[in-house]
Design a protein around this ligand. Structure first.
Ligand code: HEC
Ligand code: HEC
Length: 433
């Protein structure tokens, strides 16, 4: 556990504590990790759980009414079984193209995003004759589902220095004799136009900042425009002016509360009983020995408190600085043979303004080569996820493991060569995470 010292009163003590590395607090108790007080965390959680209505600006196209609808198992901020639909097609040059989706009997075409929203607000009382439901056209032959992700502990993930992930990628490549080389993607920080960071959030590492992600999710999942994503996906059936998310009396908008809520969460806790059992311990050493840890990295450390990240817009607070976390992931992109062929949709994730400002940079980024790569799934809390892999299509741990090919082929072969009891020990270890 970490000792907290009021910075202002005993600053000399802080200096000696500054380099002390503490373990990230864990738990599913919805208590703060220490970044804010519990009352503030509760209030932020209430925002995260709020159900948005038409009058709040919900939609016109959306997937759900609340962040909690998709991030709640077993508590707010965690993952869920809810999956989303992404589609696209191959252009004549062989490159990925986002879909063109006609809505309202072809009156408008939605383009520039790979996400297909499953819900729409009309027809409704105000627009009884408008029909704007998105449907996948026959032309969009590249398709996938992507399941919701866990957010607990993500404040620590955000506080990992870019350089740590860059070095991890190099080290991985070297130690595996270039068989396993996690790809680093530099992505725009939406709240700091023109600045980039190493992507670490989302199945495609599409964001580096939790505030950027919150703005993206509020628009694309719920249809709530906000200062980072001020443009509606469509104005058909739209009755509320933009941005829907405005600043409250405390100077914060909903997206600021979401980001602070996520940043202040504790990391997922392990199942104490299983973790201390002989089988899980043996499983961990085998997980290590056959090389699962090359990608599912056991320990990472955050940058020191006071470090500025996200293009200088966020300073790592004491509760998130110099902390070790055990995510069992490297937050890098890999081809493990499961790729869904769908690229990061830059206009969708970063909004029109940043897309235009950085279009030159974005077009030079090697996104195309990451088309069939997926971020290593962090395994913390995996025991609580019954549908595995990005598409939720693997229903047992054994199926998920044996599905790994590509960069992980030689590791999967090692796993397949293990005695049945040893394979079971690895699965027992996964059940303890
Ligand atoms: C309809 C379901 C749904 C809703 C509603 C939703 N999310 Fe998500 N969330 C997802 C899915 C699916 C992913 C993975 C997306 C991907 O990478 O393609 C995700 C990923 C995330 C991530 C990245 C986590 C990580 O560790 O990589 C963050 C942060 C996030 N969501 C925040 C939010 C916030 C904040 C809200 C509310 C504004 C929200 N989400 C609403 C489904 C949802
Ligand atoms: C080359 C890197 C790499 C190696 C090595 C690797 N994995 Fe993975 N693992 C991934 C990636 C990437 C995903 C996500 C793939 C997807 O969603 O399509 C993943 C997903 C998983 C999942 C699903 C988690 C979830 O939340 O859905 C499990 C379980 C898993 N790996 C276990 C293992 C085990 C056990 C080993 C060793 C036998 C291993 N992995 C080796 C990269 C790797």
């Amino acid at each position: 556990m970490r000792l907290f010292i009021a910075a202002a009163t005993v600053s000399f003590v802080l200096v000696s504590v500054a380099t002390q590395i503490a373990d990230a607090p864990t738990g599913f108790d919805n208590k703060t990790n220490g970044m804010v007080d519990d009352a503030t965390h509760q209030a932020d959680q209430t925002k995260f759980e709020e159900v948005e209505q038409l009058s709040d600006g919900l939609g016109p196209l959306y997937n759900a009414q609340s962040c909690r609808e998709c991030h709640q198992n077993p508590v707010s901020g965690a993952a869920s079984q809810v999956s989303e639909l992404r589609v696209g097609h191959q252009g004549p040059d062989g490159r990925f193209r986002t879909p063109d989706i006609p809505i309202a009997h072809g009156a408008e075409v939605i383009s520039g995003r790979s996400l297909v929203n499953d819900r729409a607000i009309c027809p409704n009382a105000a627009f009884p004759d408008k029909e704007i439901q998105e449907r996948v056209p026959e032309t969009e032959t590249i398709r996938t589902f992507r399941v919701s992700l866990n957010l607990l502990g993500d404040g620590f993930v955000e506080a990992i220095a870019d350089q740590t992930l860059i070095e991890l990628s190099k080290e991985q490549c070297k130690s595996s004799h270039r068989k396993i080389c996690g790809q680093v993607l530099y992505v725009p920080i939406v709240e700091a136009p023109g600045q980039m960071g190493v992507g670490r959030f989302g199945w495609k590492d599409q964001h580096a900042s939790l505030l950027s992600f919150s703005g993206d999710a509020y628009l694309n999942e719920m249809g709530i425009t906000n200062r980072l994503q001020p443009d509606e996906v469509t104005n058909l059936c739209n009755a509320v002016s933009e941005p829907n998310d405005t600043t409250g009396a405390d100077g914060l908008a909903d997206i600021d509360h979401f980001a602070r809520f996520i940043r202040a969460t504790k990391a997922p806790a392990r199942d104490a009983q299983l973790a201390n059992g002989a089988a899980a311990k043996k499983g961990l050493s085998l997980f290590d020995k056959i090389g699962c840890v090359t990608c599912h990295v056991a320990t990472l450390t955050t940058a020191p408190a006071g470090t500025k990240i996200n293009g200088g817009t966020f300073t790592i607070p004491p509760a998130l600085g110099s902390i070790t976390l055990h995510p069992y992931g490297d937050f890098l992109m890999h081809d493990v043979g499961t790729g869904d062929g769908i690229l990061q949709a830059t206009r969708e994730h970063y909004g029109h303004k940043v897309f235009q400002l950085m279009s030159d940079y974005l077009s030079k980024q090697d996104f195309e080569s990451s088309r069939n790569k997926i971020r290593t799934a962090p395994l913390w809390g995996v025991r609580l996820r019954p549908r595995l892999m990005h598409d939720g299509a693997s229903l047992t741990f054994l199926e998920a493991i044996t599905r790994h090919r590509g960069e992980a082929s030689h590791i999967t072969q090692q796993f397949e060569k293990l005695k049945r009891a040893d394979q079971e020990a690895i699965i027992e270890f996964l059940k303890s995470l």
